[in-house]
Write a protein that binds this ligand. Structure first.
Ligand code: SAM
Length: 296
């Protein structure tokens, strides 16, 4: 499989198979992943927790009330440390991985493993032949294998214990890499995203860092940059702008103040530095027009 050119990406159909912002889609993904039971492995554990409190979306805040049971991955460095939240299956996470799941084909390279949602999800696609996952934490790998080794798509997943940057990206990918999804970030950190993109994007055309769409949305909506969007991204943003809070919530599960509002009406930026957002766009190879520069 050859990497897709920018022109081919722009020509792709603009209809998404699902609405990633709907409550229905979230339910589907939770069911796919499986909630199951609590499990512990050394210094990591998965606990089934009930969603409560404010449950925001990937691109906007949201005050809906959700009570679904979701799996949450906690980890700690040593037995003396307290548990830290590493990953959970929330609407935010599911929406944030929708496009990198949709865009992935052929041989997919990814890091890290976390709960294994992304690896399992891409491995279940017919168009994906193989998924190679890098993960630094051996307990996370053991836990994932215990939980999912009986899944049909598990045979497509090869897990390698190691640092994705040092052991893989810096050395050059030895085999085919049709899509690379980088998700080693504990939080939305634009510095790390920018540093990694500047280093790896020039070398790997199909490199996709987690939260990349979030930067693009902030660039367009908050910072006034303009650039041409390819089909799937355009369709994704259209879906976001058309989905109402009611569709994104369980029945009777939203605040009456947001009744009938579309999700984009609840938008608030995640990346406030205009300069940094411009630098991420540049390092990811996006050619943009800068409205502020034109005004000067
Ligand atoms: C947010 S989780 C990944 C979630 C995953 N995409 C999923 O769908 O469940 C981040 C994971 O990256 C791992 N990690 C952190 N730095 C890494 C690195 N340099 N190389 C490989 N894995 C790394 C962490 O141990 C953690 O399991």
């Amino acid at each position: 499989m050859t990497p897709e050119s920018i022109v081919e990406r722009l020509r792709r159909p603009t209809r998404l198979p699902d609405n990633p912002f709907s409550y229905e889609y979230f339910q589907k993904e939770l069911k796919f992943f499986g909630v199951r039971k609590d499990m512990e492995q050394g210094n990591v554990c998965v606990k089934v927790k009930q969603l409560s409190g404010m449950c925001s979306d990937f691109l906007n805040k949201n005050y809906r009330i959700m009570s679904d049971k979701i799996p949450v991955l906690f980890g700690r460095e040593t037995e003396e440390d307290s548990w830290c939240l590493w990953m959970s299956i929330t609407p935010m996470e599911v929406q944030s991985m929708y496009l990198p799941i949709l865009e992935a084909d052929g041989t997919v390279w990814t890091a890290g493993l976390g709960l294994g949602y992304y690896p399992l999800r891409v491995a279940s696609k017919d168009s994906v032949d193989k998924v190679i996952v890098y993960e630094t934490n051996s307990d996370t790998i053991k836990l994932f294998k215990r939980r999912y080794r009986k899944r049909k798509c598990f045979s497509k997943i090869e897990i390698r214990e190691g640092d994705f940057r040092v052991d893989c990206l810096d050395k050059g990918l030895p085999d085919q890499a049709d899509f690379i999804f980088m998700d080693v970030y504990a939080t939305r950190n634009s510095d790390l995203l920018k540093e990694d993109a500047a280093k790896y994007k020039p070398e790997y055309e199909n490199y996709w860092p987690w939260c990349w769409e979030r930067v693009l949305v902030d660039a367009l909506v908050f910072h006034d940059y303009t650039f041409s969007m390819w089909g799937n991204l355009r369709a994704y943003l259209k879906a976001w702008m058309r989905t109402t809070v009611n569709e994104a919530s369980p029945p009777e599960g939203h605040d009456e103040r947001s009744e009938g509002m579309t999700l984009d009406q609840l938008y608030e930026p995640a990346y406030y530095s205009r300069e940094e957002v411009g630098e991420v766009l540049e390092s990811m190879g996006i050619f943009y027009e800068d409205a502020e520069e034109e005004d000067e």
